[in-house]
Design a protein around this ligand. Structure first.
Ligand code: SF4
Ligand code: MG
Length: 316
């Protein structure tokens, strides 16, 4: 609720404080138990920062983060420890997050050992169980990351993420580096594991077609704020925010007979978060912008059937 996050960028203001850039701007978002919430937006919109801030890998400047009805925003490292196992992350490139000099079995067992929950014998049993769950051979456990393909490495990353039986997983561009056919396999695996383990996902991706395959609801982010949230069907077929419509138009397979959205071509680049536009942050690129848009921040409003949109003149 109302989560903001900025980072120092080097240098100081004349008055003495450090210069900062604000990457999250009063973001409010619910993720419901058992769902997959897709999070889309151009690179630089703040998606990864939001995912990491929710998991308390970054400390928010302000706002409140609740997990399982528990306020985790003010908890310190020690208090967070028992919760860490419940919240995990899957990264885009598991290769860079897997130490190349360590065996797969050790890499997957790390989180279990760190949390000190099991005997070595139990760990070996659990490792085999995890390999079965992600569809990899037990013989891989004694091998090294470089011996595997991108898809296999992502399965290893997933095994590591589920090792502690989490409830909530942030998948940040988890399939973006993979070929389309491998993407589909990894998405299927994530969906199977969700059913089996009762997982909740925040699925971050810049690729809308990937998000459409896996997400029940979709949230759209622009320059540090959520501009639209709704069921994936609604958001993809009847976008209410002009920015969502523009994102959908940019997908090559955009079929105007299926989508009721107008074709909108995105002009220019994402403005710098150092100097965000006044009023609606999208007004510098929006074909429907009026004087009001540059002057007044559009507050998120409920437009029915669980849809939220932050725009003075929503479409559809
Ligand atoms: Fe476009 Fe105005 Fe809506 Fe912003 S508030 S998206 S500028 S119409
Ligand atoms: Mg990112």
């Amino acid at each position: 609720t109302d989560v903001s996050k900025s980072f120092p960028i080097g240098g100081y203001f004349q008055k003495g404080g450090r210069r900062k850039v604000r990457i999250l701007n009063d973001v409010s978002l619910d993720v419901y138990e058992g769902e997959t919430l897709g999070l889309v937006g151009e690179s630089g919109s703040g998606k990864s920062t939001l995912g990491r801030t929710l998991l308390r890998l970054y400390d928010a400047d302000s706002g409140k983060i609740e997990f399982d009805n528990l306020d985790i925003s003010a908890k310190n490292r020690r208090e967070l420890r028992p919760l860490r196992s419940k919240m995990q992350m899957i990264f885009q490139d598991p290769y860079s997050s897997l130490n190349p000099r360590r065996r797969i079995g050790d890499l997957i067992a790390d989180p279990i050992r760190i949390h000190g929950q099991a005997s070595e014998r139990d760990i070996q049993v659990r490792l085999r169980e995890l390999m079965d769950m992600v569809g990899l051979s037990h013989s891989f456990l004694t091998r090294y990351p470089h011996e595997f393909s991108g898809g296999q490495r992502q399965r290893i990353g997933i095994a590591r993420a589920i090792a502690l039986k989490p409830k909530f997983i942030v998948a940040d561009e988890a399939v973006s580096a993979l070929d389309v056919s491998v993407q589909a396999q990894v998405i299927n695996l994530l969906m199977d594991l969700q059913d089996e383990l009762g997982l909740t996902y925040l699925f971050i991706a810049h690729d809308l077609s990937v998000v459409r395959q896996i997400s029940t609801r979709t949230a759209v982010m622009y320059l540090g704020g959520i501009v639209e949230i709704g069921t994936t069907d609604d958001v993809m077929h009847k976008p209410a925010h002009p920015y969502t419509a523009a994102l959908i138009s940019s997908v090559p397979s955009h079929d105007s007979t299926v989508s009721k959205s107008p074709r909108i071509k995105l002009q220019g680049d994402l403005p710098s978060p150092l100097t965000p536009p006044s009023g609606c942050r999208f007004h510098t690129r929006c074909p429907f912008a009026t004087a009001k848009c540059a002057a007044e921040v559009p507050l998120p409003r409920d437009v029915g059937s669980g849809r939220m949109v932050a725009c003075h003149f929503p479409i559809n």
